[in-house]
Design a protein around this ligand. Sequence first.
Ligand code: G16
Length: 543
Amino acid sequence: MEMKVVRTTPFKDQKPGTSGLRKKVSVFQQAGYLENFVQSIFDVVEDLRGGTIVIGGDGRYYNDVAIQIILSMAAANGVKKAIVGQNGLFSTPAVSHIIRKYKTQGGIVLSASHNPGGPKGDFGIKFNGENGGPASESVTNAIFQNSLKIDDYKILDKSKIELGVCGTSKLGDMEVEIIDPVSDYADLMESLFDFNAIRDWLASGRTMRFDAMHAITGSYAKAVFVERLGAPETALMNATPSPDFGGAHPDPNPVYAKDLFDTMFADNGPDFGAASDGDGDRNIILGRGIFVSPSDSVAVIAANAHLVPAYKTGIAGVARSMPTSAALDRVAEKLGIEYFETPTGWKFFGNLLDAGRITICGEESAGTSSDHVREKDGVWAVLAWLNILAVRNMSVQNIMLDHWKTYGRNFYARHDYEGVEVEKAHAVMEHIRTQLDTLPGQSFGAETVKFADSFTYHDPIDGSVSENQGLRIGFESGSRFVVRLSGTGTVGATLRLYVEKYVTDPDRLNDDNHTALADIVTIAEKITDIHNLTGRDKASLVT
Ligand code: G16
């Protein structure tokens, strides 16, 4: 097979967002678009030449085409070996694990996560480094800068490799090893959690439902929950992966996982419920008649980590993204361990995890994980909860009540204004920004503004500084709201308004979440003027 050098011209829009480059499938289908970005990865990450790379994706539409192009380019760029998931599939946390387990020089993840798939849907590509985590901001920026000046890419002529059968073959001079995408990952999970306790809990008549949302996690859920833990097949919903997610939206929230929510809120619903997203890194947790907010979920996992074999000797520290509620901080204070507030994006946890400063971290956007990989991990979070439930033998509802009694409750919600015209979204941000200096000291109803700022992160490990990571308005009471622009959408702009209220009054801990937050939402809508400036009378999604 001959190596070709193909002339190309740069695209101006290949700046990765919160998590890699995400665009409509049709954008990736433009001649040279995927190739330019992939060549930029090979140009910037020099260790890949002569090294080993992991490649796989969530199986969404265009995954099969993209894998062949990337393999062919990897061979042409002098990569020594590629480890590929059978049929080109890997969940995102599984890629992270395989990079780490086989000590490779990095990996390419093909996914647009929770975004819809299919020919009219979204596709995405992300480079993860040798620690198994999303590339740092500096590497990401270098890839983008390269994409702005690229003039050729290297690819093998007419190459195609059979990805359906596990085994080793050659593509040009590159070795290609096709592996089962699930077994290494399932072994890792079994090494972390008390599978016997979970098996006994399930066998004692407890019931669970896991909604894989027609996505890749269906394969992982079958192997872990059914085959290794003995849950019945009926515990799984939508567990057969499909390239367009069954025409649905693989975002685990009350709207898109409605069937699961209805099941969990029915009389005599299952004891435990969960769902993950398109690429298996997100999770949501429910009990009978209760949804656990992701911010609370990571706090509960941290508070109970000593019940899980892998963390029984204690956790080093914890971290959460800035818009995530401070419930995790309360746990860290009680445990006497360090806690960190990072910008949105899993890449910001990497340095802290690598340095051993944190063991558990999480985000409001349904992401939770630990130092076992360098990605958020949906199945891991579900197993953490199952392990805790099995040991404590309490309902999810009672675990939450007990947690709130101990730490207080951070009522929390996110209001998304999706697909807003870009100028209007920027107008909202600018409107808030101009008030940052004058807001402190002002009173709105019962609340007085304590601080108002634009969040800047100083990475304590490498000293890097990340500015403009969201606007924060904090009140004397400890309540707050945050506004930022999403970095994962592909249509217009998505404004996110995050509201939080901290309550310790024992009589109010079980209040309805949205009722408890109503006054903060009203104040936030007034200060941001979001309805007027966006022309929307309400958020498109409240989670
Ligand atoms: C990605 C990132 C997360 C981030 C989330 C939301 O998740 O990995 O760190 O919290 O997007 O980001 P934004 O608010 O900018 O849309 P995923 O599951 O989409 O890869």
